[in-house]
Design a protein around this ligand. Sequence first.
Ligand code: T4K
Length: 373
Amino acid sequence: MNDSKILVTSPLLPDLKEFHELLKEIWDSKWITNNGQFHQQLEKALCDYLGVEYLCLFTNGTLPLITALQSMHISGEVITTPYSFVATTHALWWNGIKPVFVDIDPTNCGLDPDKIEAAITTRTTAIMPVHCYGKPCDTERIQAIADKYGLKVIYDAAHAFGVKVNGESILKQGDMSTLSFHATKVYNTAEGGALIVKDAETKQRVDYLKNFGFAGETEVVAPGINSKMDEIRAAFGLLNLKQVDEAIEKRHQVAIKYREALRDVKGIRFFDDMPDVKHNYSYFPIFVDAEEYGMTRDELYFKMQEKGIFGRRYFYPLISTFSTYRGLKSARPENLPNATRIANEVICLPMHHGLSEGDVNRILEVVINQYNT
Ligand code: T4K
């Protein structure tokens, strides 16, 4: 029996020889950060690949969230989801903004548009939804609400690299969208991220903000931060971009196998592809109904670990339960019934380009056998 560990993900890595060649260029140029040639090339290549016009590279996926809020002077209260990685809400906190949690729609794990209006107050200035697992939120309804109340919309699209709806990038929705290029993402630059904006003027402003607010050598136009991507990671990113389509296709094949095998397992729910959406298969969450499945989510989770399979409970616990946020009125579990339930049901099965057929079979055996015993 093969007992080697299967982790939830594994980073896409460029060919080492090709990377070395680019490193040699960087060494020769002696230009290692501050809008170097690879940074410029990667911004352009990502715009082309993603089908967006204006993209600002960042050093991770959290700083574009913080900077997006800064650049639009968002204040007061912002409506957001408790069902995400904690960085989403922390970005609000770092801007002195009060997060207002709204429940999720269990069919896509995004903000439930039916529940947003009730959370709007005179202090609300924006909505910050997450395309959780890369599944598009109901952007049309969210935009209609934003327009009705004059609110900005910032999408945390950390999981939505390359996702398209009706052939259009999901990153074009709202006022701004952010991406994460962390090692655990479909596309990575080790650490990295981006902010997608709508026009050249905004890009200029964001580029100032991510460079301490400098506009030229001696002028500082705003209290900026340092969140520039360096040349080494930009070069890494250029190489990874060449192989990301192949990696997404491999993930797609894994998703197909998971779905085929789990379709008839009672008490296990998962997502199918949505019509007219080009998915990126960034995560494969399953939701365990303990009564029907005959075992709780945690029992299955730890049983998997005993067999060397390390799925992850993304996103448990809910952000709203962490000490910083749990005192907020909107954080009460009775305000968030779907998110509370889903957080207790979810396991993200291992999902990455490097999973072999044998790995997938080993994972499925545990999930299916536990159910049969
Ligand atoms: N918004 C959303 C919705 C997000 O999901 C995230 C990040 C952000 C914003 C913020 O973006 P960044 O500032 O992080 O760019 C991970 C990631 O650190 C985090 O980026 C990600 N979301 C979150 C969902 O997951 P952990 O605590 O699960 O990472 P870790 O170190 O436990 O790694 C998970 C698995 O990946 C391990 O089992 C092993 C594997 N792994 C990991 C790394 C780092 C590797 O094989 N190689 C590696 O280098 O948070």
